[in-house]
Write a protein that binds this ligand. Structure first.
Ligand code: ATP
Ligand code: MG
Length: 260
């Protein structure tokens, strides 16, 4: 059992999320290293102000358009993502017509089953990555994540991989695939090498992407192409870093902040 977080706590949301991750680890959904990754993310979210800035909304729009324009988009799921936003990721998969594939850095049958159950509870129907007869390997990747589903990541032209590791992002890019990611660290190798990087908390980003996907889904292909031209991934990533550094500068000059 995890302790109750008092509702009036100034950082209630963040503490509840932390408990979800810990609970997910006890249920064998989240890997131990997933806790450490979450901590890295939290540190960057503090700098963002635990809110979605404007540049991130633009990154999310570009991400949704890229996924909608793909021939065979797929959404790669790990333990942290499954625990943090199961309902939203299932809804996004449905709207984008992009299947969900469980693909773990720390691969264990028990963990795959637990994630599958969680996603099914959230309404997912056809989950890839768990049927041994459909496995294929990507030789460019050296660890267990090289095993992918022949119906999913193996043949996909555009993979959405929230909270991904840098090596794998680079391997997927080398294979000619587009990679869309969510990563609070704008300097991670994943953020720097993905086709589209979203510098935001995955819990907020996926919810916002659902809403953009509903809007863009009804746009025709030409209008969508025009809309895409409004955004530039590298420029937005630069904006993310500038936003973080100017926010730190502002806070550092705010005397009141230090008078608590
Ligand atoms: P890389 O391998 O890309 O250089 P890394 O080794 O630091 O980066 P990984 O563990 O491979 O990181 O990937 C996890 C990434 O996810 C980290 O950059 C971390 O900041 C980020 N992250 C963790 N929790 C969240 C979250 N809730 N929302 C968005 N990003 C998150
Ligand atoms: Mg890494």
């Amino acid at each position: 059992m995890t302790p109750e977080v008092p509702k009036n706590h100034p950082r209630y949301e963040s503490l509840v999320t932390r408990e979800k991750i810990i609970e997910g680890m006890h249920q064998k959904i989240v890997a131990e290293a997933g806790l450490i990754a979450h901590g890295r993310g939290e540190a960057f979210d503090y700098i963002l102000g635990e809110n979605t800035p404007d540049f991130a909304l633009k990154q999310e729009k570009l991400a949704v358009i890229t996924l909608l324009k793909a021939e065979e988009p797929v959404i790669s799921i790990n333990g942290n993502v499954a625990v943090l936003c199961p309902n939203e990721i299932v809804e996004l998969s449905r709207i984008l017509e992009a299947p969900l594939e469980i693909n773990l850095f720390y691969r264990r049958l028990e963990r795959e089953e637990a994630i599958k159950n969680l996603l099914e509870k959230a309404g997912a129907q056809n989950i890839y990555g768990v049927d041994q007869s459909k496995q294929e390997t990507i030789p460019e990747i050296s660890h267990q994540r090289r095993i992918v589903d022949s119906r999913g990541i193996a043949r996909s032209d555009c993979v959405f991989v929230p909270l991904e590791d840098g090596d794998r992002t680079m391997a997927l890019r080398k294979l000619g695939k587009d990679v869309v990611t969510v990563d609070l660290n704008p300097l991670s190798r994943t953020s720097l090498t993905a086709t589209v990087s979203i510098t935001n908390n995955v819990s907020r980003a996926v919810k916002e992407m659902v809403s953009f996907a509903k809007d863009y889904k009804n746009m025709n292909s030409l209008a969508l192409e025009d809309e895409k031209k409004r955004f530039d991934n590298k420029a937005l990533l630069q904006e993310a870093l500038k936003f973080m550094s100017s926010r730190l500068e502002e806070l550092a000059s705010d005397r009141k902040l230090f008078e608590v």
